[in-house]
Design a protein around this ligand. Sequence first.
Ligand code: BGC
Length: 753
Amino acid sequence: MGTAETNIQELISKMTLEEKIALTIGRDFWSTNGVERLGIAPIGLNDGPHGVRKPATGSDLGIGNSLPATCFPTAAALASSWDTSLVEEVGQAMGEECLALDVQVLLGPGVNIKRTPLGGRCFEYYAEDPVLAGEMGCASVRGVQSKGIGTSLKHYACNNQEFERMTINVEVDQRTLRELYLSAFERVVKKAQPWTVMSAYNKVNGHYASEHPQLLRDILKQEWGFEGVVVSDWGAVNEKEKALAAGLDLQMPGYHGSHTEKIAQLVRDGQLPETVIDEAATRVLSLLLRGRESRRPGFVFDQQAHHALARKAAAESIVLLKNTDNVLPLQAEQLRSVALIGRFARKPRYQGAGSSQVVPTRLDTPYDEMQRWLGGNVQLTYNDGYPEEERPDETLLHEAVEQAKAADIAIIFAGLPGAYESEGFDRTHIFMPETHNRLIAEVCRVQPNTVVVLHNGSVVAIPWIDGPKAILEAGLGGQAVGGAIVDVLSGKVNPSGKLAETFPVRLEDTPAYLNYPGEANKVAYGEGLFVGYRYYDKKKIKPLFPFGYGLSYTTFEYTHLQTNKTEIGAGETLDVTVTVRNSGARAGKEVVQLYVRSLNSRFVRPIKELKAFAKVALDPGETRDVRMTLEERDFAVYDVKRQAWRLEGGEFEILIGPSSEHMVLSARVIAKEDPRSAVPVFDRMSPLKQFLQYPKAREVVTNAFAGTTIENSILGADELFTSMPIGKMVVLGILPEEKVDTLIEQVNQALRL
Ligand code: BGC
């Protein structure tokens, strides 16, 4: 035991039962309890995840009136940058703002998988893929925690919809849970050790996530080795004693009548072991001590530098979806007039609603930034384009169309109004308001050079796809998004974002369409592993824009895919190298994506899965070797019967491409299975022929059947009998009941050796 641990144990031993219980529940909305008698101060936990939301007081919910902080791009936008160092840099900046605002734990990042685009919190989550979400999560945690500030990895697990989010029971099979929904959490916990993990509101397979022994104790703490504090989402605990017993350490927020006395009584009556309270109190106490060390009274952050970083991050996150005739970047010297159309040009939608809503330090608009860039040389006109409310306004539409027609180019700012997407409820469709759609369609009819800039927290249907020459997906890009858009339109920044969520043609094409939102308070994840591109690939459904897609003002070429070996075995790694060349005329960045495909699996598998990626900056003509490393796990499946990861032997393809739909290079490798993990676990329903495949099992079985009526059928491998489960031999009166379980155990033991 180190000195810090001894110190903590000593402090715990000095505390009364009530003091320890008090540590396991908050003091108010935003802070923990401390132990004043022992000089231990409380700490503050505040939202998160794309900026700090610190209300003025602990009893104030503070949505919309928190202290000003930099509003960085939302997770959905940032993930499109596929740039881990950028996300880490944003994390560092948020860490500094926490120091300045005296916040010890920032409530984020959120790494839940986007299962359906209807999910109201899609904007707060990174991706539809666990490797991308997990890597983004690791980078954010590393960045924030490098400043001595804690993070809260949320919402563990399966908060994939807001509909009935506080009560819904997610029914998900164990393999899908492990490979898809827990995977990003596992990556962040193991690689970045967040100070806290926040348990979700919903139920998972019958237990509330905040009262879930398998999720909290068995998997998170024991299997993954999580050493921090499990904190509940705000109000997620229903029965505190159950939560504590399941491994929850800190219930948030504090409230009157917090049941401290009831819990103390349960401990005194021997119904709840005191060791459970000790474990939670110990974890919370070490969090308080960590928080104490990181306090920097008087710390001031550099507002201008953080705003500049927010602009850089937003620009890197913009995805160029279409660019016919290279209409972008704009050539200012060839333009006489530009028409900006759409309210979002003056009032950008830059973040989502709910607990993550930051009060920004300032807000840049595309209109102002465009004016600044164009100077006085080009005429800039503006029109609202669509009314604030959704009722059609023909006069406004007509004016906008006339303005667009009169200019050399029209740039329309459209997307989803704030009321369409928020924490707390889901969307019911993926359409933009009809007023936006009509505006775009009408303008495109008269103006051949039309560019559409989209602001949205998740995907939208694009019925006017053929109309504009260019489409920029700007997402919810934070307080500096206005400048970032102009940086990309003007070519100051060459777009390099790639979609982190597939754009479907229509909602009916999306993976969870038949299973969402569930009924009778249950939602069955019937599509299993087939979420996002895994679904579109397998069903051969062409999306509008695939996962990983995004254009650039330059072009890239991929050559020389190589692996450092042709086989991978248990515990080994495999290096993959590919040469990328900027074959165009402008400097730019490319996101190289590596997918793994199993060629002869015995498991149901997606066609391919993202396993690594790298972002590389190249000058025109420049060439670079990009290296990515794969591990055993990148080829493995979760074997439910064995409750373990399994490197399946067989042939695999390593695929490289600039998007999930476009693989340009491939190489083959062989995975060598550890023979022990290939052996099945036998039970009463295992067919006899399966036993006969393994010499040791064969021996046990032939002995057991010696002298029975089917001895010869067994020896002769007669399919009629050998295809039957061994348990059926009892029902048929061939094997005595008392023999069968011992036989199975003997076989399982013999084969495990
Ligand atoms: C949200 C969390 C948030 C918490 C505190 C909850 O409603 O689900 O993400 O951190 O409130 O504001």
